[in-house]
Design a protein around this ligand. Structure first.
Ligand SMILES: Nc1ncnc2c1ncn2[C@@H]1O[C@H](COP(=O)(O)OP(=O)(O)OP(=O)(O)O)[C@@H](O)[C@H]1O
Length: 867
């Protein structure tokens, strides 16, 4: 069979939407064909059918009903697909030939506007990226709230910033993509972010000016930021095209100076468990801090957490606001009650601008405005937020006097507009309301006239209103009645008068619906005019919500106000880990101090597995983040010199995904830290060097510590199993040893969780194994082996030390010209230690040089490898 006109139309539209799944409107359904049908049937579990054969081949087809399409679309978009919605754009009854169809919008993961399908506590960002030489321009937009920001940074920091923003979709300029393809491909895959490669715009500046109706970019502070201009142009064009140049809720573009925020790289953001990309945030910092009453507040709180400040004035402003609400319990609690009644104003105003609002949205807005006005009254002269009450009051009254309290979901149904708003509407309503009375009147009159006492006026969908007369009375029916239907016991008639009334009722209903729709849109338009005010209100309310949440959390968890300054030193007394302390059920959290100044800035932390080393280090980092975001902190006392960056090297969580060896990942992260940390940074190193053999590990750990001491000078905590590292305290003035105290009773250890001065002398691995439930037999055997090993090791160490043959430091210095030899000593796994010891013991250790010792070790390794 030849191609039908409909399929011809389909093909034409599909050819312009190759990258999108085409939802093709056919009556009450959206149909997908060919490849699209196969994809959606798989992704949405729809039945795959087929349409009349074309050239002898079945056309695969799948469809969803129009009224429930939104949830299907959102599922597809969440899976990363782009969906083009193709509608019938003329009335099928009036169409000559095939109905005209057009794509009216395209929905992509970063441009979803249907907020019912978005997570309310997370922004839905679209981000654009452009790179030139070693600089990058980034813009990001949440189309549901209108937030549109841009900044420029060094190219090396792109991924850190993108991870902070966590966009749903990225637009990457073509040349830029080529440049960073290797890094970004992996990153996008791991973090499940969709991307589109996009051409640079030649007219970014013009587009921005035209969209915002401004003559110069100066008002946005980006007149000389060429990369930002290009990145913003890309986003704006993309969003406008997808929404077919309808008005978007974007009212301004702001330039962000990223240097005002603490730098946190991707690994650090993950390691510190600030937030989770999942909905479930349990065990994260957000989980502890989020007592916000509004979704807007929760979204802003996440931004605070990801972006601790570095400017002391700005931190203090927030801190003072938190303090205000800690002190004024009455205002705090009263405002909280009001916040509970505030809806997502940010997204409501977005809907109004996009034209997707309904009556319920206006009622939600009204209630939110009412509570906001009450909040303003409670705050009175306390200048925490600056709301223009007069204008808000006008908007409140506008909605209150016009929109019914419980409007229907659809704005086409009527029942939205109150009485006394519009004369014509009231008249029409009267007609429709009176219709029933008129019908009753007619019934009475006709009974009287004909003498048929049992005659009734009834209604059904086919005939509308009709008169029903029982068979026994048929002879009394006048000629003017028009017979419509015969039943067993009765006849049904209509009259001219009844038809007339019926038309009036139907007409009135249509007119009411149309008029209500028009009036509704007029009211929306008036609200839309105040979008700047409402966006400002949304900002103020979210800020207030976050500040009050921080105050409530501080009180509930017994936090204190940290002192902040621009000095180098940090002192925290009785600090606690904000998350772990909340997760402990049977145990109390043991608080610990930390102290850094220029004289002592490098802590070597030893202690058994599971004693609490990671907890301690992370708690220091988290307290810094809390302090610099303006929050109170879990401690008894804290004075904090502001830090510019926090770095962490912890664990091996990413290794599985990236495909690199654990050691490689570890070393590249350490390299990144060494290259980027400044003396104002704070560094956590957990077990660095563990990814390779003991000997290499110790050498590398040692030289890292030395490098930090000599060059970086950042405040650092280095947790390690290598007690050998504790010797550095003797060599370097700024190094200080701490350990986590344990108490040994017979064969078991009790973790005291207290940090004390000095290094640990063993690692208690077997004890931890016992706690983990390893069978006794294995434990006993391990203890014997360990004892044996320790004796031999002590013996060898004595011999080696006697000849300045320490396995680090000394050796390193002597073989400096051949550093690669150290690296060769790999893969010496603990099980092989006995063999190594045996081998070493055959050597006359008193008569060899350090170089020879290294050579011997290499030989051993080779032997073991070849075994
Ligand atoms: N200060 C503390 N007070 C109470 N419990 C603590 C404290 N610190 C740690 N813990 C508990 O001990 C557990 C282990 O702590 P952590 O992971 O910090 O140990 P670790 O020394 O880093 O271990 P490993 O070396 O095996 O990584 C925590 O999950 C927590 O339950």
């Amino acid at each position: 069979m030849a191609e039908t006109p409909l399929m011809k139309q389909y093909r034409q539209i599909k050819s312009e939407n190759k990258d999108n799944i085409l939802f093709f409107r056919l009556g009450d359904f959206y149909e997908m064909f060919f490849e699209d049908a196969v994809i959606v049937s798989k992704e949405l579990g729809l039945t795959l059918t087929s349409r009349n054969k074309e050239k002898g081949i079945d056309i695969p087809m799948a469809g969803v009903p129009f009224h429930s399409a939104a949830s299907y679309i959102s599922k597809l978009v969440n899976k990363g697909y782009k969906v083009a919605i193709c509608e019938q754009v003329e009335n099928p009854k009036q169409a000559k030939g095939i109905v005209k169809r057009e794509v009216v919008k395209i929905i992509t993961p970063g441009t979803v506007i249907d907020i019912d399908f978005l997570d309310e506590k997370n922004n839905n960002y679209l981000l654009s990226l452009i790179i030139k030489e070693n600089r990058a321009g980034i813009s990001y937009l949440d189309i549901t709230t209108g937030e549109f920001k841009t900044f420029e940074i060094e190219k090396t920091k792109v991924l850190n910033e993108v991870y902070k923003i966590s966009p749903k979709e990225i637009l990457i300029e073509e040349e830029s993509y080529k440049e960073i393809r290797d890094e970004i491909d992996k990153f996008l895959e791991i973090n499940d972010i969709n991307y589109t490669i996009i051409n640079k715009l030649k007219t970014s500046e013009e587009l921005i000016k035209e969209y915002f109706n401004i003559v110069s970019l100066e008002s946005f502070g980006i007149e000389d930021k060429l990369l930002s201009i290009d990145a913003s142009g890309i986003i704006l064009k993309y969003a406008l095209e997808l929404h077919k140049y309808n008005e978007l809720p974007i009212t301004k573009l702001s330039y962000e100076n990223r240097a005002e925020y603490m730098e946190l790289n991707v690994a650090t953001q993950k390691n510190l468990e600030l937030f989770s990309s999942e909905k479930n945030n349990i065990g994260t910092l957000v989980w502890v801090l989020d007592e916000c009453k509004t979704a807007m507040g929760s979204r802003l709180l996440k931004k605070f957490i990801k972006n601790p400040l570095t400017s002391i004035e700005k931190i203090k402003k927030r801190q003072n606001d938190v303090t205000f609400f800690i002190k004024d319990i009455i205002k705090r609690e009263e405002i909280k009650e009001n916040l509970k009644n505030i809806y997502d104003i940010e997204r409501l105003i977005g809907k109004i601008i996009l034209g997707t609002e309904n009556g319920r949205d206006l009622i939600a807005l009204k209630k939110s405005i009412k509570s906001s006005i009450e909040i303003a009254a409670i705050l009175n002269n306390d200048k925490i937020i600056k709301i223009d009450i007069k204008k808000l009051d006008y908007l409140y009254k506008l909605i209150d006097t016009t929109i019914t309290e419980e409007p229907p979901f659809s704005i086409r149904e009527g029942g939205i507009i109150k009485e006394n708003v519009n004369l014509e509407l009231d008249e029409l309503r009267k007609i429709s309301k009176n219709a029933k009375d008129i019908i009753i009147e007619i019934e009475a009159r006709e009974r009287e006239k004909t003498g048929i006492k049992t005659m009734k006026i009834k209604y059904n969908k086919i005939f509308g209103y009709f008169l029903e007369v029982t068979k026994s009375n048929i002879n009394l029916v006048p000629d003017t009645y028009i017979r419509k239907q015969t039943l067993t016991n009765a006849e049904r008639y209509i009259t001219e008068e009844l038809k007339e009334i019926e038309n009036k009722i139907i007409n009135a209903k249509d007119k009411i619906e149309n008029l209500e729709y028009e009036l509704f849109k007029e009211i929306s338009e008036k609200i839309r005019k105040e979008k700047n005010l409402l966006q400002q209100l949304a900002n103020d309310i979210s800020y207030l919500d976050v500040i009050i949440s921080l105050a409530s959390v501080a009180i509930k968890n017994d936090y204190i106000k940290p002192e902040l300054n621009t000095e180098y030193s940090i002192e925290i007394k009785e600090g606690r880990h904000p998350i772990v302390e909340k997760l402990l059920i049977d145990e109390d959290f043991i608080a610990n101090d930390v102290y850094f100044d220029r004289e002592k800035n490098l802590i070597i932390l030893t202690g058994p597995n599971m004693a609490g080393k990671s907890t301690y280090m992370k708690q220091v980092a988290l307290i810094l983040i809390l302090a610099q975001m303006g929050s109170y902190v879990p401690a008894d006392y804290a004075t904090i010199g502001i830090v510019d960056k926090i770095f962490t090297r912890i664990g091996a969580s990413d290794d599985l995904v990236s495909g690199q060896s654990t050691f490689m990942v570890e070393m590249s992260e350490v390299a990144n830290i060494m290259n980027n940390a400044t003396e104002n940074s704070f560094i956590i190193l957990d077990e660095v060097g563990r990814g390779t053999s003991t000997f290499d590990g110790i050498s590398i750990a040692t030289s890292i510590t030395e490098y930090i001491h000599n060059n970086v000078k950042a405040k650092t905590i280095f947790a390690t199993h290598y007690h050998e590292l504790t010797e550095l305290e003797n060599r370097y003035k700024t190094v200080i040893n701490y350990r986590i105290e344990v108490k040994e009773i017979d064969d078991s250890v009790i973790f005291l969780r207290k940090i004390v001065k000095g290094g640990a002398d063993k690692s208690y691995g077997i004890e931890v194994a016992r706690l983990a439930g390893l069978p006794n037999e294995i434990l006993e055997n391990s203890r014997k082996i360990l004892k044996n090993l320790e004796e031999k090791r002590a013996l060898i160490e004595k011999k080696i030390k006697g000849k300045q043959l320490a396995l680090f430091g000394g050796v390193e210095e002597e073989i400096e010209d051949e550093p690669e030899r150290i690296v060769e000593i790999k893969e010496v796994v603990p099980e092989n230690i006995i063999e190594i010891i045996k081998y070493i013991e055959t050597i006359d250790i008193n008569n060899i040089t350090p170089m020879q010792a290294i050579n011997y070790l290499n030989e051993i390794v080779l032997k073991l490898k070849n075994k």
